[in-house]
Each structure stands twice: as C-alpha cells, then as structure tokens.
Design a protein around this ligand. Structure first.
Ligand SMILES: Cc1cc2nc3c(=O)[nH]c(=O)nc-3n(C[C@H](O)[C@H](O)[C@H](O)COP(=O)(O)OP(=O)(O)OC[C@H]3O[C@@H](n4cnc5c(N)ncnc54)[C@H](O)[C@@H]3O)c2cc1C
Length: 587
C-alpha cells in the first residue's frame, strides 16, 4: 500500500507561478539560495517523507510510545527516523547557518512541514519542538546560553518541550502555579506539576530541555507574573554539560485517541534546576516566539494530514466500482455526483490552504529578513493577523477533509487496515492544542482586530481588493471574482459592526468570533483561488484543474460566508438570554 505522496508539483506551481519565489528568496532571506536549490530540497523532502517517515508512521500508530520503568520507550522505527532526519539536516532547514541551520526561507520549511506531518504527524511534533525552542533561545537567551544550547537543538542532538499546561491552567494560562525560587548560584529551583507535555520524555536524545513557564515569588497574578525557564532533564554544569538527573520526572503518559507515538506526559518538577530566559515577568511574551512557529506548523498539520487522507481517497475512488445499470459493469465511485462533490470539496479546501500556508510563511520570512524596516513591520502585523486564522481554520478544515476521505471509502474507511481513520484520530487534537480554536477566534477578534481599530484587517483586505482590481479584465475569472467580491463585502460588514461596538458590548464579538474566523478563512481561501486561477493560464492538466477548482470554490463553497455572516453578527444578548440552567440540565 502507498502510504504517502507529497504534492510537490502543486508546491512548485505555487512557489513559481503564484508567489514568484525567486525574487522573494532574495528579498525575504539573507541566504544565497536560488529557487532551483529550494525545489530540490522539497523534492528530497518528499522522498524522505514517503520512504522513511510514512511506513514508520503506520507502525508508530499501531504500537505507540510506552511507559516502562519510569521512562518513555518510542515505537519501532522512531529512533531511526529521528537519526536520519537529523543527519540529513532537515531539523535546521530554516534556522540560521551560524547555529548549524541551512538558512533557507520559512516558505521551504512550510512545504517540508506539510510533508513531514502528512507522513508521520506524531513524529513531526518532536522535531517541531526542537526547532521552535531554538528560535525562542535565538531571540531571548543571553549570548552564552544561546551559543551553548542552540546548535545542539538545531543538530537534533538534544530535544525540547514546551511546558505550559497545568491541571488548573489550560486555556487560562495566567492561573498556572508552578513556582520558581532563585538559588544562591543565580539558578532557579522549579516545583509544580505540568500536564499533557508532548515528549517530556523519549529515548531518542540523551538530553531534553523543557521550556517552562513558572511564577516567581511575589510575582503578580495572571500572565504578567510568568517567567520563562529552561529546565533540563539532566542538570547542566557551568560549561553547559549534562550531569546528574534533574528532579523533573514523568509520572505517567496519557492513553489517547490518536498520536500514539507522541508520548503526552505528566511532568513533576520537584525543586528542579532551571535557568531563567529573558526578563522576569516577560515569560509569556518570549514564549510567543516559540508559539508563533508552532501555531503556523500546527495549522500545517491540518493541511499535511488532511492532504494525506485526501490522496488515499483519490486513489481509492478511482479503483473502487459501485453502481450503474445492473446489466453493465459497475462504474467507478468517481462517476457518482456525490463522490465528485466530496473530491472537489477536499481538493478545493486543501489547495487553497496550501497557498495560504505559503502566503503566511512568506510574511514571516519578510518579517524576519526584509531589507527595509517598513516592510518588516507591515509583514509582522500581517503575521499577527494570519496566524490565528492559519491555526484554527487549517486544523478544522483539515479535519473536515480527513473525515470526507473516510466517507469516500465507505465502510472500508472505518477499518484500520485502510489506514485513513488514523488521520482523523491524529488530527483531532490539532484543533485543541497550541491554544484551542475557540481561543484563536477570540484572539483574532479581541487582540488582532479591535485594539488597532482594524488596521491589520484593512491591510489584508487592501491586498485582496487590489488583486480583484488587477484581474478586472481577465477572461475566465468571473465566477471567482464575483464570489470573492461578495465574500469580502460580507467580511467588511461584520468587521465594521465589531469595530463600531463600544467596549462594553464586546461580548457580541466574542459570541461571533468562531464564525468570524471561519468567514475570514474562507475569504482568504477565495483570494488564494483567485491568485491560483490567474496564474494557471496554460493548457496543461494542473492549470486546468486549478481553473476548475476555482470555479467550484466560487460557486459551491464560498457562499458559505453568507451563513457565517449571520452567525458572526449574532448578538451576545440572545445567547446570554437563553436560560443557561436548562442548557446543562441533561437527563
Ligand atoms: C495530545 C496533547 C498534547 C499536548 N501537548 C502540550 C504540550 O506539549 N505542552 C503544553 O503546555 N500543553 C500541551 N497540551 C495541552 C493543550 O495545550 C491544552 O489541552 C489546551 O490548551 C486546552 O486546555 P484544557 O485542556 O485545559 O481545556 P480548557 O481550557 O478547559 O478548555 C475547554 C473548552 O473551553 C473553552 N474555553 C476555555 N476558556 C475559554 C475562554 N476564556 N473563552 C472561550 N472559550 C474558552 C476551550 O476553547 C475549550 O473548548 C497538549 C494537549 C493534548 C491533548
């Protein structure tokens, strides 16, 4: 059975035709790399994902990580995947060369991330954590700490975790109670219990650096009282060499719906050695550097895993025959209107998200390395706007796609052997971790839209309207141009209502936030379809497919925004006016 095929040709089309990658490379990164090199990296990544990761992903799901004598044991094949991943230099693709990375643009890393998550999502989380922790330390650690630890994370010699959640502090991060007390030697001793920590233990690296948030004595309540610490699995000496075991120990691992190869751990800190990173009380702010990378890649999990499930459905529906006249051979599933609806829906959703993934990665690249400060600042603001959309819209939509892929398989999709249901089980959590999608929607409205009077939104819309204007006279784009104009108008109407509300009425925006995020995600997808259809001007199968899918998206999927506009505009008063007592009374 074919386990995974990466969409390399689609990526090439997007990078070459839609994003005009070559000039972007020189504008957005300091590296010398040309487009050809970048494509060959993606092609090699596709091979690695298909040949090495995907087969191990199946075993990883079946056997999972286990907790044996107080330590996590990863499933067969996992160590080998990690070793080869690191040796081939995949871990540091977009990290700076001075720390051992390859200095390639995040756009390349984004394409690679889609492949790695699609082939073996549980595995991808470990490497993602190491990369994101490296970014965090590059941005916030003192030079000595940074120079000692970052190269070890970039090479994969050591791994990292993100250590935030506690039993009473999930979405409500400000309630975490893990204490950090300063020691005479300037180090810190951390005590408390962290739960749900991915890879807080594993058997593939000799050292793990936990990036942990904790509260110092006398710190204010809430998130302002949180500081960031490195807590190593093995204590570090003055030369940053590991020594005796730090009292930071995993107590048990969770039994989960999916992602079984990724151990989800309860971690007890009992006076564990810690090193403060950045300033006291600025921990959450610093942690956002790690979370920004992780949020985009959590979103990409939606694309990678959704696309992997979709590819299986495409192959299956061509082969499987059912229906047609009784006196003739049965027809392939692809002949049935409802199956076609599912296939078009999956493709139209996935390919739009993939384009938006590159758009967001491009903005991140520009925000790090564009030559002029103005471009960097605008890109930074767009990243702020796009990240909650990518995280929530991609994960929810990817899940819908994976679910449709099961549906295309009928009962065979529900059977383990077909290996489609795994994708649904794995992906379900992506809408929950890295900030639930409800919290992302709140973040989009309350922190990214309202505080600056809608500036980020206006810049986003300015670019969409500019593309609409620029394609005014282009033939063959009427459907998508018209539908996108209507969708953008709907987004404008809801946004204006939110911006006009007095602060006391902001609960209305909160009530509508999830629908608003879905609406904006669909507008962004429509925008990407306009750009793809515009670029697909030749008479070749991929270009014809793009033009057809743009039409399908415009006519069949984009009208969803009309219902979302209604939901996003619902006032809080009527929801709050419902009798809440009766809502939770179940018998
Ligand atoms: C497999 C897995 C791996 C994980 N890995 C890590 C990890 O490596 N590191 C780490 O620190 N954590 C990790 N987590 C924890 C994860 O980030 C949390 O589960 C998540 O943040 C939600 O917290 P919670 O589970 O306490 O849910 P809650 O916060 O209790 O939320 C429950 C529901 O209420 C909603 N809700 C809560 N508060 C609000 C609000 N103010 N407004 C609107 N709605 C709200 C939520 O959206 C959600 O729908 C992991 C979790 C899982 C399942």
């Amino acid at each position: 059975m074919e386990h995974y095929t990466a969409a390399v040709e689609d990526m090439r089309f997007l990078l070459e035709r839609v994003f005009d990658f070559e000039p972007v490379l020189s504008r957005a990164t300091a590296s010398e790399v040309d487009a050809q090199t970048a494509f060959s990296v993606l092609e090699q990544g596709a091979q690695f994902a298909a040949k090495v990761l995907a087969p191990a992903g199946v075993t990883g799901d079946q056997i999972g990580s286990r907790f044996v004598d107080g330590a996590v044991v990863t499933p067969p094949g996992f160590k080998e995947c990690y070793r080869r991943y690191c040796e081939d230099g995949w871990l540091g693709v977009d990290l700076p060369a001075q720390f051992g990375g390859q200095g390639l643009p995040l756009m390349v890393q984004a394409g690679l991330a889609e492949m790695v998550t699609g082939a073996y999502m549980a595995f991808s989380m470990l490497t993602l954590q190491g990369r994101s922790a490296a970014r965090l330390l590059i941005g916030h650690a003192e030079a000595a700490v940074r120079d000692a630890l970052v190269p070890r994370l970039v090479s994969g010699e050591w791994a990292a975790t993100i250590c935030i959640t506690e039993p009473q502090a999930g979405s409500d991060v400000g309630r975490l109670t893990t204490r950090a007390v300063r020691q005479d030697n300037g180090q810190w001793a951390l005590s408390g219990t962290k739960i749900f920590i991915s890879y807080a233990d594993q058997d593939v690296t000799p050292q793990i650096l936990h990036m942990a948030l904790a509260r110092t004595p006398g710190a204010p309540a809430g998130t302002r009282g949180l500081s960031l610490f490195i807590v190593p699995k093995f204590k570090l000496d003055a030369n940053w060499q590991p020594g005796e075991r730090n009292p930071a120990r995993v107590q048990h691992i969770e039994h989960k719906m999916g992602l079984s190869a990724s151990a989800t751990c309860e971690l007890h800190l009992d006076g564990a050695q810690g090193f403060m990173i950045g300033e006291e009380g600025q921990g959450l702010k610093a942690m956002f550097d790690m979370m920004n990378v992780m949020r985009l890649e959590t979103g990409i999990q939606g694309i990678g895993v959704g696309a992997a499930a979709m590819a299986k459905a495409l192959a299956y529906t061509v082969e499987r025959t059912q229906g047609g006249p009784a006196d003739a051979p049965p027809t392939p599933l692809t002949a049935h209107a409802d199956v076609r609806r599912m296939i078009y829906t999956m493709r139209a959703r996935v390919e739009a998200m993939r384009a938006m993934m590159f758009e967001t990665a491009l903005q991140l690249d520009l925000s790090y390395a564009a030559p002029d400060a103005g471009t960097r600042a605008t890109a930074r603001e767009q990243v702020q706007w796009l990240l909650p959309i990518c995280k929530a819209f991609f994960t929810d939509t990817g899940f819908e796609v994976a679910n449709l892929a099961i549906q295309c398989h009928g009962g065979h999709g529900y059977i383990r052997e077909t290996d489609v249901e795994r994708h649904v089980r794995d992906l379900r959590v992506a809408s929950i971790y890295e900030g639930t999608n409800g919290i992302q929607a709140f973040d989009l409205v309350a922190r990214k839209l309202l505080p600056d009077g809608g500036k980020r939104y206006q810049e986003f819309m300015r670019r969409i309207r500019a593309d609409l204007a620029a394609t005014k006279d282009r033939a063959g784009l009427d459907d998508i141009r018209q539908a996108l104009t209507h969708a953008a108008d709907a987004a404008d109407r809801v946004t204006q209502t939110y911006l006009a509300q007095p602060p006391a009425q902001r609960r209305d925006a909160e009530t509508g936030a999830a629908a608003y995020l879905s609406l904006i995600g669909r507008v962004a997808s429509g925008w990407m379809w306009l750009r793809m259809a515009t670029a697909a001007s030749e008479d070749m199968p991929l270009h014809r497919r793009k033009r057809e899918l743009a039409r399908f998206y415009a006519r069949y999927l984009l009208p969803e925004v009309l219902a979302l506009e209604q939901q996003a505009s619902a006032s809080a008063a009527w929801i709050d006016g419902l009798d809440a007592e009766t809502l939770v009374d179940y018998r």
